[in-house]
Design a protein. Structure first.
Length: 315
């Protein structure tokens, strides 16, 4: 659906984005992660055709944005950080205006039914005839997202969509995003780690105008450390299990610590790209120990982000 090739943007002597390459497939939910000024919004503006790249190329659903900008834009719904809403319009008027901008031909009752269907999808039907200025920030954000859906674009691009929302509104917005992800390719930008973690299947990390990492958090963690970690809790006597785990061919190291509750916790580091849970279970089953817990170690997106950006700054 989206392909960026050697994408770069300069403003005079300042380079805002340099040699960015990535592609996004249909149905993916991708997070752009990075601090303010990292290049996230510039990349989004280039994808949408609001900016022209200094060099490089953007393709949207096969359309080259330099040669076929209108064709590419038909596939995109874009929500900037400050939603483009007219405070003196009602919700219905704002959405009807969006229909006109999209070039939708239906009028009268057909237009009203279409807008009602959009409002029903985003739970705005009860406020359809209210002025936007009288809505809460959370409802205004819903109006902005509903506006994106006019014309049924396959790609939704949202720049910092939860800025200014309270915790309850953020949770409601995440629920809405999860519904939209079933039918759309979505790009979500944020500098908030929890936002990316809760909403996205894949992350692209930007720093100082460069794309410095691309992948799932687990895969990026493996790439950085060269290992995965399995956490175990065992009730055992002696070190039989410890020696058995150390002897497994895929295991790189084993750390063992007493929990103080009659059990031991283990950190079993193993080679990336492998899943040794079944092997560990079969290895421990005949031994004089009881397996109380077994789970992969969760990746800390915060530590991952800090490590990647630190390494990039050292290069």
């Amino acid at each position: 659906m989206i392909k960026a090739t050697h994408l770069s943007k300069r403003y005079g002597a300042k380079t805002a984005l340099y040699d960015v390459n990535f592609s996004i497939g249909k149905g993916e939910v991708v997070g752009f992660l990075g601090p303010n000024g990292a290049g996230k919004s510039t990349t989004m503006n280039l994808l949408c055709g609001y900016l022209e790249p200094t060099w490089g190329r953007v393709e949207i659903a096969g359309a080259d944005m330099a040669l076929q900008p209108l064709e590419g834009r038909r596939h995109i719904g874009y929500l900037p950080e400050i939603p483009p809403l007219y405070m003196d319009m009602t919700v219905g008027e704002q959405l009807s205006f969006a229909c006109d901008l999209r070039g939708l031909a239906h009028k009268g009752g057909v237009r009203r039914d279409y807008i009602d269907a959009l409002c029903r999808r985003t739970e705005l039907l009860d406020v359809r005839d209210r002025l936007i200025r009288n809505l809460s920030k959370g409802y205004r954000q819903r109006v902005a997202v509903t506006q994106l859906l006019v014309g049924s674009p396959e790609i939704l691009i949202l720049d910092e969509p939860t800025v200014g929302l309270d915790p309850r509104q953020i949770r409601e917005f995440r629920d809405l995003l999860a519904q939209l992800a079933q039918e759309h390719t979505i790009i979500l930008s944020s500098h908030i780690l929890s936002e990316i973690r809760s909403s996205c299947q894949r992350i692209l990390i930007f720093s100082e105008g460069a794309l410095i990492a691309d992948g799932q958090p687990e895969g990026l963690q493996e790439e950085l450390s060269g290992r995965r970690v399995l956490l175990l809790e065992l009730a055992e006597e002696g070190e039989t299990a410890f020696r058995a785990l150390e002897a497994l061919p895929e295991v790189l190291s084993v750390e063992r610590e007493e929990t103080g509750q009659g059990s031991w916790s283990y950190r079993v580091a193993h080679r990336p790209g492998t899943d040794i849970r079944g092997l560990v279970y079969e290895t421990l089953k005949p031994l004089p120990c009881t397996l109380l817990a077994l789970r992969p170690q969760e990746v800390s997106l915060e530590s991952l982000y800090l490590e990647i950006t630190r390494r990039n700054e050292e290069i």
